[in-house]
Structure formats: structure tokens, C-alpha cells
Design a protein around this ligand. Structure first.
Ligand SMILES: NC(=O)C1=CN([C@@H]2O[C@H](COP(=O)(O)OP(=O)(O)OC[C@H]3O[C@@H](n4cnc5c(N)ncnc54)[C@H](O)[C@@H]3O)[C@@H](O)[C@H]2O)[C@@H](O)CC1
Ligand SMILES: [K+]
Length: 523
């Protein structure tokens, strides 16, 4: 599903008003009326209130005034607390404030901390609050009496329905700007925003409902850059075709280069991950001294013995690997390769010389730290990198905090700058493509925080690349299936003690379930 940034939401609002001709006041009426209907339905056990509506001075507050009026119409007892003076409201928000003032005396103005304190003290009997303080217009850290109101609300034991987004979350990044409302329920408009789906904001949204307000879908579908929420529907559309007359040649041949002494498992799991992604054939190129071990470890995949020094691949392997690449469709580079200096040099040579689509992970990524120029030299959009935040920080030469501050912007900028597909792992893994697309993954659980899970993911992505999938989609689909398989496992086994090899076994059934639509029905 397409999702939106703040700027994009503002732009589709503007075009709906100016080009399509639907007045802003109509959009606000639709927004407030739709949100009120949702609140009344979802919170029916709290009827008839009282409800406290907290309204800020922008259009989010305007939505709050419409909600207050619509709940009054439905028989609820409503008190509205406006955090600005009447004269500070303008436009559609002012129109709706004035309408509300004609219908009820229960509107209190608290434009500063001195007036807020008694207003809050008089508001202790509410079990339901509507947070209409800030929406997509929040532009800096929450301070002053707004901060006081948010902290007060969070300290109360009541149901909180947030209008558009819990106040304090940056809708374009999921960052918390100062402090933010912890909502039980969020009613957003037209489409989810990035801030609803990316942590830490995602942790404060509660259950998310989307209210249609009359913005034409075509305006939303044309927004650039394109941000996607990858759920079951989106992932199903990404699956590569599986023609009935297909044979193993149809489904591609992946070459995996990995393994070193003490790290044979990583290479084996990547290789098996590619089998589970449906690749027709998979070959592992491994250090000669470990070849016999892989022959025993791996059954379906083939193995090729390559020159090594002390259990790590040597530069003498380069020519053979380049030759192997000729009749393969993709390369997975890195799992378990180790950090021997010569092996790292080999990795950089392969990134430079092998034009096949590549997925690079683990020690492959380490080899690129400080050498990003080799990425820029590759054909655009043929490289997939799969770092976790620590690897990302090392690769880009920044701190982990720099990476995590605004993950979407960081991933999008890096992918664009180096023309790679970047899979930035973590809760809600992001896949950013060099053309600006960003996919936010929906599934996953803490059971995935164990060694080997990343190696399986690399194999899945490599397996999809070998099936000739467009690299951005191959990566986003690999991330989704990996997380959904982990969610299936967690339903059976919990979230502790899940082994990456358990996950491997779960992948075909996860894919099958996706095709059958079972995942969609559950989510
Ligand atoms: N046509 C539209 O644009 C529609 C907008 N809608 C609502 O309008 C919202 C966006 O409205 P606005 O753009 O007016 O913005 P908001 O209502 O989100 O808040 C911005 C207001 O707060 C002020 N502000 C920003 N950061 C602040 C801070 N840190 N401390 C104190 N004040 C701060 C701004 O100066 C502005 O007055 C949406 O989230 C949605 O709820 C809906 O009514 C649907 C239609
Ligand atoms: K809000």
C-alpha cells in the first residue's frame, strides 16, 4: 500500500482543494465526521462519556472541533480544551471552532501554562480523550503548555484517540519531537504516514484506522518518491511467476561465495535460503580446505572448491569466481567469509568485476567499509546491501545514532547516492531503491534476533535475484517472507529459541499461505 510523507500529504490536500475543487472545509468535515464515527464505534463501551477533546491551534485542532460537534450530535458529553486563544485560530479551524461555540458552552481556552493548570485540574473525570493537538504540521520539538498537556494525558489511565497521528510524532520519520501522546487508537486520513509505521512513533499509535476524506486515489498513487507498506497484499503482488511448464533452468542459478574456518554455517544457511526462495539451482563457492565439510552439510546445492589461505578465500580464487559468474544469474557475497585482509580484497575485486546482480552481506559489507567508490562504479541498481544499523554505521562512516535518527531518510539518501538497493535491518526493516522507492516491512518479531537469521535473508534475496526479479522488489519480498516465516514460527514456538534453520523450513509454507491469501485474511 502506498503511504505518504508529511509533504506528500500536504501536496495531495492542496491538489484536491485547488485542482479538483473540493473545499478544505469539506475535507475537514469529512475527516472529523469520519473520525468521530470510528471513535463512537470503537469506544462504544465508554458512551456517553464524558469525552475530553484537546485541540491545538492548527487544522488538527480544527478536526478536533468537528469531532467534538459530531460526538455531541451522537449524544456524547463533550468538553473541549483549546490550547490557544480564540483569536489565534484561523481558516477552517476557526470556522469549526465558531460553530462549536454556538452549540455548546463546554469549550475552555488555555493558551498558556497558567490557564492550562486549572483547566486540567477540572478535567479528571474523563475516560476518553481525543488528541487533536498536532497532526502533520508539527515542525519542531513540543514545548511549553503543549508538552504539559501531553505529559498529563500520558499519565492518565484513559483511552486516547489520536487524530491523524499522536501529537509529538514527526509524520515523515516516526521520530518523537520532544514528547508524544501514547494513543490507544489513531484515526488517520487518506493513507497511513511514515510516522505511523516506523519506530519509535509506531510504538505510540495503538490500533490504526484510515478514514477516507475524499482525496482522489489517483493523486496519491502518483506521489514521488514512492513509499510502500509491505503487507500480505503488497507481497503477493511481488511474487515471481511460477509457470507450470517451468524447469530448474527457468528459475535461475545463484552463486554464493562464502564460508571460512569457524563460519561454515553462515554460508550453508545462505545457500539453503536461496533454495527456499525457489531458485532453480544454487552453487556455493567455498574455501578448498572446507569443501568436504560443505559437501556433507549441503545436499541440494552444488559446491565448488576455491583456493584459500588458512581457511579463508585467497585472491587466487578471483579468476575462477569470475568464470563461475558467466552462467549464473546472480551472486550472493559475504556470509561467513571472515575478515582476512586478502579475502576482503577479493570481495572488493568481485564487487568491481562481476556485473551480475549481487546481494552483499556480513563480511562482504565489512570489506566495503571505507571503499564505497567500488559501489558507485557498478551498473546502477544491481547491488543489494543488507546491513543492520551497526554495519550501516561502519559502512557509511557515521554513528549508529546518525543512522537511526531518521532511518527512512538515511536509507533513501544512501541508496540514491550509491545507486544501490539498501536493506536497513531492524524493527520495521526498510528497503530503499536508488529510484527513491522505500518499502517498510510489516512483519517480524524478537525471535529473529539470533545468529544466522541474516544469512537466511541474504539467501532469500539472492534466490529472488537469480529469478531475474528487479533488485528492489527482490529485496523487499525477501525481507517480507523472512519476517512472515518468523511470525508463523513464533505463533507455534514463541519468540525465544528460534533457530535460523527452523526458519528455512518455514519459508515454502509461508509463500504458499501468501498465495492462498491466508495471511491476508489473518492480518
Ligand atoms: N486540507 C487539509 O490540509 C486537511 C488537514 N487536516 C488536518 O490538518 C492537520 C495538519 O494541519 P496543520 O498543517 O494546520 O498543522 P497542525 O494542526 O498539525 O499543527 C500545526 C500548528 O501548530 C503550530 N506548531 C507547529 N509545531 C509546533 C510546536 N513545536 N509547538 C507549538 N506549536 C507548533 C503551527 O504553527 C501550526 O499552527 C492534519 O494532521 C489533519 O489533522 C484534515 O482536516 C483534513 C484536511
Ligand atoms: K493529533
Amino acid at each position: 500500500m502506498r503511504i505518504l510523507s508529511t509533504q506528500q500529504m500536504r501536496e495531495v490536500d492542496r491538489r484536491t482543494i485547488e485542482e479538483i475543487g473540493i473545499p478544505g472545509a469539506v475535507l475537514m468535515e469529512n475527516a472529523g465526521r469520519g473520525a468521530a464515527a470510528c471513535i463512537a464505534e470503537r469506544c462504544s463501551r465508554l458512551f456517553p462519556g464524558p469525552v475530553l477533546v484537546l485541540a491545538g491551534k492548527g487544522n488538527n485542532g480544527g478536526d478536533g472541533f468537528v469531532i467534538a460537534r459530531c460526538l455531541l450530535e451522537r449524544g456524547w458529553k463533550v468538553r473541549t480544551l483549546a490550547l490557544a486563544e480564540r483569536a489565534a485560530f484561523s481558516g477552517d479551524a476557526r470556522i469549526n471552532l465558531d460553530v462549536l461555540l454556538r452549540l455548546t458552552e463546554e469549550v475552555v481556552f488555555a493558551p498558556d501554562e497558567a490557564t492550562l493548570a486549572p483547566a486540567l485540574a477540572a478535567s479528571r473525570d474523563f475516560q476518553l480523550a481525543v488528541d487533536a493537538l498536532f497532526g502533520t504540521g508539527l515542525s519542531s520539538g513540543v514545548r511549553g503548555h503543549y508538552g504539559v498537556a501531553i505529559e498529563w494525558l500520558n499519565a492518565r489511565d484513559c483511552t486516547v484517540a489520536a487524530v491523524d497521528i499522536p501529537s509529538g510524532i514527526d509524520a515523515s520519520s516516526g521520530r518523537i519531537l520532544g514528547c508524544a501522546v501514547h494513543a490507544s487508537l489513531t484515526l488517520t486520513f487518506a493513507r497511513p504516514k511514515i510516522g505511523h509505521l516506523v519506530y519509535p512513533g509506531a510504538g505510540l499509535v495503538g490500533s490504526l484506522e484510515v478514514v477516507e476524506i475524499g482525496i482522489p486515489a489517483a493523486l496519491i498513487e502518483n506521489t514521488q518518491p514512492a513509499y510502500f507498506w509491505v503487507d500480505g497484499d503488497e507481497a503477493r503482488r511481488m511474487l515471481p511467476p511460477r509457470p507450470a511448464e517451468g524447469h530448474k533452468g527457468t528459475f535461475g542459478h545463484l552463486l554464493v561465495i562464502g564460508g571460512s574456518a569457524g563460519k561454515t554455517g553462515a554460508a550453508a544457511m545462505t545457500t539453503e535460503g536461496a533454495v527456499r526462495a525457489g531458485a532453480g539451482l544454487v552453487t556455493l563457492g567455498c574455501p578448498a580446505s572446507l569443501h568436504d565439510i560443505f559437501e556433507i552439510k549441503l545436499t541440494e546445492p552444488m559446491t565448488v572448491s576455491l583456493p584459500d589461505v588458512g581457511g579463508s578465500l585467497s585472491m587466487r580464487a578471483l579468476e575462477s569466481i569470475v568464470a563461475l559468474c558467466r552462467d549464473r544469474q546472480a551472486l550472493a557475497l559475504g556470509p561467513g567469509l571472515g575478515q582476512a585482509v586478502e579475502t576482503q580484497t577479493l570481495v572488493r575485486s568481485l564487487v568491481r568485476e562481476c556485473a551480475l546482480p549481487q546481494v552483499i552481506d556480513a563480511d562482504g559489507l565489512n570489506a566495503l567499509a571505507g571503499h564505497l567508490e567500488v559501489l558507485s562504479a557498478r551498473p546502477p541498481a544491481t547491488t543489494v546491501l543488507t546491513p543492520h544499523p551497526g554495519e550501516m554505521a561502519r559502512l557509511a562512516g557515521v554513528s549508529i545514532a546518525d543512522v537511526q535518527k531518521d532511518r527512512v531518510a538515511f536509507a533513501r539518501d544512501f541508496a540514491g547516492k550509491y545507486q544501490v538497493v539498501l536493506v536497513l535491518k531492524g524493527a520495521r526493516t526498510l528497503t530503499a531503491a536508488p529510484d527513491g522507492r522505500v518499502f517498510i516491512n510489516s512483519g517480524g518479531n524478537p525471535g529473529m534476533a539470533s545468529g544466522g537469521m541474516g544469512d537466511v535473508l541474504t539467501g532469500l534475496i539472492g534466490g529472488f535475484l537469480a529469478q531475474n526479479m528487479e533488485p528492489g522488489v527482490a529485496a523487499a519480498l525477501g525481507v517480507y517472507l523472512h519476517a512472515r516465516a518468523a511470525d508463523r514460527l513464533a505463533r507455534k514456538m514463541g519468540t525465544a529459541g528460534l533457530a535460523a534453520t527452523d526458519l528455512l523450513l518455514e519459508i515454502p509454507a509461508t509463500r504458499h499461505e501468501l498465495i492462498e491469501g491466508a495471511i491476508h485474511a489473518q492480518s
